[in-house]
Write a protein that binds this ligand. Structure first.
Ligand code: 13P
Ligand code: SF4
Length: 317
């Protein structure tokens, strides 16, 4: 696409947005062009809040399927569009509602906490939803004598267990992108950038080892923080540090470089690319707005049941 063509697409997106009273929400892992044309860019929690607050009639959700479902569950009166139906999530695909029902049957008194990266059907079977920003707070809000089923991410589960000191039953799911960021990637990045701080997403395959190494004092004062994607951006802006190794999907670097100019950001693994997030392009955003495709609507009673779990989460944070 030439620069002129790109500018024309952006202009047309702006025009249609005004005409249709629409808003564009984009996740931090979206390609730079899409992030730059969005009204709001953020993490899963921020996007849920943005969807809940907007007075737009139409939401074009630039993210993956479960995120658009969540927006539709929160705002059933709005039309929510996902520009490409193939934008799925390998983590959400690790558990379905039937598997969760069977797991619950084995632990009939347990409270179910589902990460937002789940289908609406799985959320409908859950007591609480959580995101990487608030998973610790959600678990801390559950009475200590209650058994907890935490799903579907095992690395996030291990992180929450460690921070809260609370033993949970954890589903052995993982995201192929984050699980692919291994401890050896972090080691190599630390060697290459000894003055950089390390920012790690709790879904990462390296998060557990980073936590243990840090607790054991083995990181030799190497400053390490475990954050959601939004937490990473905020920290990078506020820290006096100048260099950061970033252990999550590489799309986040665009926002970090934009919002913390002059600082340096290095991916822990430059191949950590979510092909689902990258399905959304500027052209598809335009087509989505123009043709009002693809509408994501969660049927009842699934929507109402899933909304209960999401609202419980939103009430905690
Ligand atoms: P957050 O943006 O909420 O940290 O989640 C990361 C993620 O993997 C979304 O798919
Ligand atoms: Fe799902 Fe992983 Fe992609 Fe996030 S990065 S959308 S968890 S596959």
């Amino acid at each position: 696409m030439t620069v002129v063509e790109q500018l024309e697409i952006i202009e047309e997106i702006k025009r249609l947005k005004t005409e249709k009273h629409a808003v564009i929400l984009a996740h931090n892992y979206q390609v730079p062009d899409v992030q730059d044309c969005a009204d709001f860019v953020g993490d899963s929690l921020g996007l849920s809040h943005a969807a809940a607050k907007t007075d737009a009639d139409l939401i074009v959700f630039c993210g993956v399927h479960f995120m658009a479902e969540t927006a539709s569950i929160i705002c059933p009166e709005k039309k929510v569009l996902l520009p490409d139906l193939d934008a799925g999530c390998s983590l959400a695909a690790t558990i379905n509602a039937e598997q969760l029902r069977q797991w619950k049957a084995q632990h009939p008194n347990a409270v179910v906490v589902s990460y937002v990266n789940t289908t609406a059907e799985v959320k409908a079977e859950s007591d609480y939803c959580c995101t990487s920003t608030n998973a610790v707070k959600v678990v801390q809000a559950i009475p200590p004598d209650k058994e907890i089923l935490f799903l579907p991410d095992m690395f996030l589960g291990a992180y929450v267990e460690r921070v809260t000191g609370r033993k949970m039953h954890i589903w052995m799911g993982e995201c192929h992108v984050h699980a692919g960021i291994r401890p050896q990637d972090v080691e190599a990045a630390r060697e290459a950038h000894p003055d950089a701080e390390l920012l790690v997403h709790p879904e990462c395959g390296c998060s557990t080892s980073c936590m243990y190494l840090q607790a054991a004092g083995a990181l030799n004062g190497f400053k390490t923080q475990i954050f959601s994607t939004e937490g990473m951006v905020r920290y990078a802006k506020e820290s006096s540090g100048r260099e950061f190794i970033v252990a999550t999907e590489v799309g986040i670097l665009h926002r970090m470089e934009k919002e913390a100019p002059g600082k340096k950001f290095y991916p822990a693994n430059e191949n950590a690319i979510c092909e689902y997030m990258k399905k959304i392009t500027l052209e598809k955003v335009l087509r989505s707005l123009r043709e009002e495709i693809y509408e994501i609507r969660v049927p009842e009673p699934t929507a109402s049941k899933a909304r209960r779990a999401i609202e419980r989460m939103l009430a905690i944070v």
